[in-house]
Structure formats: structure tokens, C-alpha cells
Ligand binder design. Structure first.
Ligand SMILES: *Cc1c(COP(=O)(O)O)cnc(C)c1O
Length: 466
């Protein structure tokens, strides 16, 4: 026993809560000056933390020390210099929503248990559906992330377009599709060879003529094409597949059109994004990741489906006897009937808090700013004689290389950039070549940090070009 019973006294709760909030506020106010990564000694620190829990509790203060150590020995995903992979963010309003929603601990998955909770989650889902002009029959779910949203989308497409014996079903993706789509197909029971990789054009977008040809060839050898996945922003380069043209083929061929907007989907809030995603409203389903494009902390993705009943048909098995007391799916959905999950956290509040506190315009403006920053970064790097920027950014990923540099030289360039500790970038392989990429998507990244990034990259490139 420690001095803290499972149900602590009000004084103890206040003491712990105030210490936690004080830590959180201090942590966030230090982000501007914090190093972009803390990998040195991180594995040793992790090894030193290998432990079994104690028989008797140890108080609260050591737990805050633990959190600080976790934060320190890591890439600073909450910081303005995080430009690797797809940045997260971490809105403080969402942190507070999580604290409060886990405290009241209401059950959101079956609406009759907490109708207001389910209505709030429903508000979020409706807002997402409206964003893509999905009508009143559309439905959606909040997931743990884009991977689970893609999984539910593939399962729904399979249930809607294929017989129970579905192993000849084939789905089409661009060669730059996110790996979670292939994984989703695998988990949904398809042989991975049935995930047909369509070549991309020079701008890294799906080659629609090749897609249509492959569908015909596959039918000729007995496969059953049933779905196509278009990316509304690939993770590699932010490229947007030609959604309208893909929708045309999908319509002619009877394929389910899923759009993976896990990275880019929320740019639909901006004028430029809406124009670039033309045709997205014709999708059968769309994956979104509020923990990317809405700057939320990790743990919130979303799937919206135009004909919502199809999502339910694919995920509902009839009411279990032990749930017979519960209200039926109605104007407020039983989200469990649209999802692989039954019990889960109340994700809707985590999205609703920031929307209500800041308003939608705050998100639109922040995403517009990211588009501006990516254009600025791309233009500045392109002007540097030591660098090449092979593609102008479709969204906010800027891919670049050392001009005339081989893979080893580009790897050294990336290491030199990251050694600055002011920005953290990652790499990919494009056309067989090591390519550095900067992805701008944190609400904390502004012009000052991008200008600093430009200086760092140029100096490092100049030194390597020597
Ligand atoms: C991040 C990402 C995913 C996977 O989403 P998670 O939230 O990491 O599970 C899927 N597709 C694209 C395009 C992504 O950028």
C-alpha cells in the first residue's frame, strides 16, 4: 500500500492534478527552445526503465519524472521543428478533453447509455461527412487512427462488392499507397498479391490509364476487381491521385472507391485543398486522421462512408442477448454497430473540444498557413544550386535531394540537417533514389522555423557540395 488509495481523497486529487497541469503547461511553453530530438542515450534510458511494477505504490512525483524522461528521450513530435514522417501536434484542448472524458468515463459506443456523449461524437462525424458533401445517409466512426479506418473501409467494400467466397477479389492502389492499405487488405483476408499496385506518373500520381488496363487484364484471368484506393495526399510526397478520373473508372467498372485522406484529407477545409481534391465527394468512403490534419494528439482517426448502411452491414452481427436492454440504432447511431470496436475511449470529445473552443476557421487558417510554408520551402530550396526539388508540393510535403549526390551523400545531408536539433526530417526512396522529405503539418510550425530550416539545409548542402 502507498498513501494513495485507488480512490484518492479530494486533496490528493487536487495535489496530483495541479502538479500534472503545471508540468503540462511548463512542457508546452518550452517547445520553442527544446531540441528537435533526444535520441542520445535514449536506448540506455529505456533499458534502465525496464521494470516490473512494485507490490507497494510509490507516490505521484516519480511518475512526473517518468513522463519528463519519456518526453526528453524521443523525437519532439509536439515541437515546431518536427517535420519528419507525418507530424502530430497535440492540441491542449484535446488533452483536457481526455482528462475530463476519462474522468466522467461515459460509454459512447451504444447511444442509450449516454445520449449526449453519443450526440457529440455524432456531431463530429456529421461535420466530417458534410465536409465532403456526403448526404444524410452517410455514417462514420472515429477510430484509433488511419490504419483502422482503412481496415474498416476495405472490409466494407469487400462485404458490399464481393460474395462470401471473396478470395478472387482484387483491389487497386497506387505504388505510393500507404502500407496500412495493403495491411488492411491482408487483415481483411485477401492474398497480398491481390493488392494490385498501379504505377504512378512522373508527378507520383496514379496512372489512371494503367489502372484501367490492369482491371481489364485481371478480369480476363479470373480475378474480381472490387475496389480502388486513391490517396488524397501520399505519405511519400503528398501527391494527390487524380480522384475524378479514378472515380470515372470505378463507376464504369463497379468498383468501390476509397480515398485515403489520412495525411491530406483536412486540407479540404481550405480553398486550395478543395480544388485539388475535386471529385472526392464521389468516393464511397474516406479515411481521415484528426491526429494529423487537425493537430490532435495520437489516437484519433476517422472513416466516413457515403452509404452509411453499408458500413453497418459490414460490422453488425445482430444484438447480443446481454445487450438486449440497450436502445436500438436510431437518429443517434450505436457506433459499435459501425465499428470493429465495442468498448473504447470517447474520441468525439477530443475532437469537439478544440472545434468549439477555437472554431473551424482556426483550423482552416492553420492549414492554409502550412500550404504557404510548403510553397515557400520548396521555392527556396529549388533556388539553391546545390539542391534539386524534383516535384512542387501538391500539399505540404517537400521532397528534395543534393544535386548530383548519390544515396550516401544524401544520407549524410539528412544527418547533418538533423544534427542541428532545430528540425527533424526523414527520408524515403523515390524512383530508387534516397530522397529527403520535410512534411509541414504541426500547428506549432510557423514561418520562423521554416526559414531556420531553409538556412540549415542550405548550409549543410553547401558543406557537402564542398
Ligand atoms: C498516417 C497514414 C496512414 C495510417 O494512419 P495511422 O493513423 O498512422 O494509423 C494511412 N494513410 C496515410 C496516407 C497516412 O499518411
Amino acid at each position: 500500500m502507498s498513501g494513495y488509495p485507488l480512490d484518492p481523497s479530494p486533496e490528493q486529487m487536487r495535489e496530483m492534478g495541479e502538479a500534472a497541469i503545471a508540468y503540462a503547461v511548463d512542457f508546452l511553453s518550452r517547445r520553442q527552445d527544446a531540441p528537435a530530438t533526444g535520441f542520445e542515450g535514449a536506448v540506455e534510458a529505456a533499458d534502465a526503465r525496464h521494470a516490473a511494477p512494485p507490490e507497494d505504490g510509490d507516490g505521484f512525483a516519480p511518475l512526473l519524472d517518468l513522463v519528463d524522461e519519456i518526453a526528453r528521450y524521443a523525437s519532439d513530435n509536439a515541437g515546431p521543428g518536427f517535420l519528419a514522417y507525418i507530424p502530430g501536434g497535440g492540441l491542449f484542448a484535446s488533452s483536457l478533453a481526455d482528462l475530463l472524458s476519462t474522468t466522467i468515463d461515459r460509454y459512447v459506443s451504444l447511444w442509450g447509455e449516454a445520449p449526449v456523449a453519443a450526440q457529440i461524437e455524432n456531431n463530429v462525424v456529421r461535420w466530417l461527412c458534410d465536409l465532403f458533401s456526403f448526404g444524410p445517409d452517410s455514417r462514420g466512426v472515429l477510430t484509433s487512427g488511419g490504419s483502422m479506418a482503412n481496415f474498416s473501409a476495405i472490409v466494407t467494400a469487400r462485404a458490399d462488392r464481393l460474395p462470401e467466397d471473396f478470395l478472387s477479389g482484387a483491389l487497386y492502389v497506387s505504388e505510393h499507397v500507404h502500407a496500412s492499405v495493403t495491411k488492411a487488405a491482408m487483415l481483411a483476408g485477401f492474398p497480398v498479391r491481390n493488392v494490385r499496385s498501379v504505377p504512378a506518373d512522373a508527378a507520383m500520381r496514379m496512372d489512371v490509364a494503367a489502372f484501367e488496363r490492369m482491371v481489364a487484364e485481371d478480369r480476363a484471368v479470373g480475378l474480381a476487381p472490387f475496389a480502388v484506393v486513391a490517396s488524397a495526399g501520399t505519405t511519400n510526397t503528398g501527391a494527390i491521385d487524380p480522384i475524378s478520373a479514378i472515380a470515372d473508372v470505378a463507376g464504369r467498372e463497379g468498383l468501390w472507391l476509397h480515398v485515403d485522406g489520412a495525411y491530406g484529407g483536412f486540407f479540404q477545409l481550405t480553398e486550395r485543398g478543395r480544388a485539388r481534391f475535386a471529385g472526392i465527394e464521389r468516393a464511397d468512403s474516406i479515411t481521415l486522421d484528426p491526429h494529423k490534419g487537425m493537430f490532435l494528439p495520437y489516437g484519433t482517426g476517422a472513416l466516413v462512408v457515403r452509404e452509411g448502411q453499408k458500413l453497418r452491414d459490414a460490422h453488425h452481427v445482430g444484438t447480443s442477448a446481454y445487450l438486449q436492454d440497450l436502445a436500438a440504432d436510431a437518429h443517434i447511431p450505436n457506433f459499435a454497430e459501425y465499428s470493429a470496436e465495442l468498448s473504447r475511449d470517447f474520441r468525439g470529445l477530443r475532437v469537439w473540444f478544440p472545434l468549439m473552443l477555437h472554431g473551424v476557421s482556426a483550423f482552416r487558417e492553420a492549414l492554409d498557413e502550412k500550404l504557404d510554408l510548403a510553397e515557400h520551402l520548396s521555392e527556396e530550396l529549388r533556388e539553391d544550386p546545390n539542391l534539386e526539388v524534383p516535384w512542387p508540393p501538391d500539399l505540404t510535403v517537400v521532397a528534395f535531394r543534393l544535386r548530383g549526390g548519390d544515396d550516401a551523400a544524401n544520407r549524410r545531408l539528412l544527418e547533418a540537417i538533423n544534427a542541428s536539433q532545430r528540425v527533424f526530417l526523414s527520408s524515403t526512396v523515390l524512383h530508387g533514389r534516397f530522397t529527403i522529405r520535410a512534411c509541414i503539418l504541426s500547428h506549432r510550425t510557423h514561418r520562423d522555423r521554416i526559414d531556420e530550416c531553409i538556412d540549415i539545409v542550405r548550409k549543410a548542402a553547401a558543406e557537402l557540395a564542398g
